[in-house]
Design a protein around this ligand. Structure first.
Ligand code: FNR
Length: 189
C-alpha cells in the first residue's frame, strides 16, 4: 500500500520578492514530489508580536496558526541574519508558541534548510533556530541542509544542480520517513 504524500507547510524566512531562499524552497519541492507535497505559508501579513493583541488575535495570526496545525510537517527555509534567525520567521514562531496550551510547534515534525552567500551559509542561524524549536517541543529532523550561493547551486531554469541534488534528496527522504512515522503515531492516538 502506498502512503499519501506528507503535506509540508513551507515557511520562508525572507519577505523579499526575489528571495533566493524561496527559490531554494521551490527547487526542493521538485525533488521528491511523490513523498512530500510543499505549500508555502506566507508570513507577510503577520504583525509583530504584541501581548496586548492576545485577547482578540488578528485574523492573519489565527489563519497562520490554523494552517500550521493542518499540515503534517513544516519546512523552514531561511537566510541567516547576523548569524541568527531573521526576525520575520522568529516572530511567526513566537505567535505560534502562544498561549502555551495551544503551542502549534509541540511534536510538529520540522526540517530546516537555508541558503546564503557566506562560506558556512546558514549553519549558525540554524543552530539558533534548532535551540528555539527544541524549547517549543518541535520534533526537529537531525542533520543539516544548507547551500552557499557561491557554489552556484541553481541551473538557469531554477532547478538544483546534480551535484547538490543527491544530498538534498537524502535529507528530504529522511524527512518524509520521519514525518510519516510521526503521522502514523498521531493517527492511532
Ligand atoms: C544578511 N546576510 C547574511 N548572510 C550570511 O551568510 N550570514 C549572516 O549572518 C548574514 N547577515 C545578514 C544580516 C542582514 C540584516 C541581512 C539583510 C543580510 C546576507 C543574506 O544571507 C543574503 O542577503 C540572502 O540573500 C538573503 O536571503 P534571501 O532574502 O535572498 O532569501
Amino acid at each position: 500500500m502506498s502512503e499519501s504524500a506528507i503535506e509540508v507547510g513551507v515557511l520562508v524566512g525572507s519577505l523579499r520578492r526575489e528571495s533566493v531562499n524561496r527559490k531554494f524552497a521551490s527547487a526542493m519541492a521538485d525533488l521528491v514530489p511523490d513523498r512530500l507535497s510543499f505549500t508555502e505559508i506566507a508570513l507577510d501579513a503577520i504583525p509583530m508580536y504584541n501581548g496586548d493583541l492576545e485577547p482578540d488575535r488578528p485574523a492573519s495570526v489565527d489563519e497562520f496558526t490554523d494552517t500550521i496545525r493542518r499540515h503534517d510537517a513544516i519546512l523552514l527555509v531561511m537566510p541567516e541574519y547576523n548569524r541568527s534567525v531573521p526576525a520575520v520567521l522568529k516572530n511567526a514562531i513566537d505567535w505560534g508558541s502562544k498561549p502555551p496550551q495551544a503551542n502549534v510547534w509541540m511534536d510538529k515534525p520540522v526540517a530546516l534548510a537555508g541558503i546564503s552567500p557566506g562560506a558556512i551559509s546558514t549553519a549558525a542561524g540554524q543552530l539558533h533556530l534548532r535551540q528555539v524549536l527544541g524549547a517549543l517541543g518541535a520534533a526537529v529532523l537531525g542533520g543539516e541542509a544548507y547551500l552557499s550561493t557561491r557554489s552556484e547551486p541553481f541551473r538557469p531554469d531554477g532547478a538544483l544542480q546534480d551535484s547538490v541534488q543527491e544530498f538534498l534528496c537524502d535529507y528530504l527522504n529522511r524527512f518524509a520517513d520521519f514525518a510519516g512515522k510521526l503521522r502514523t503515531i498521531e493517527a492511532v492516538r
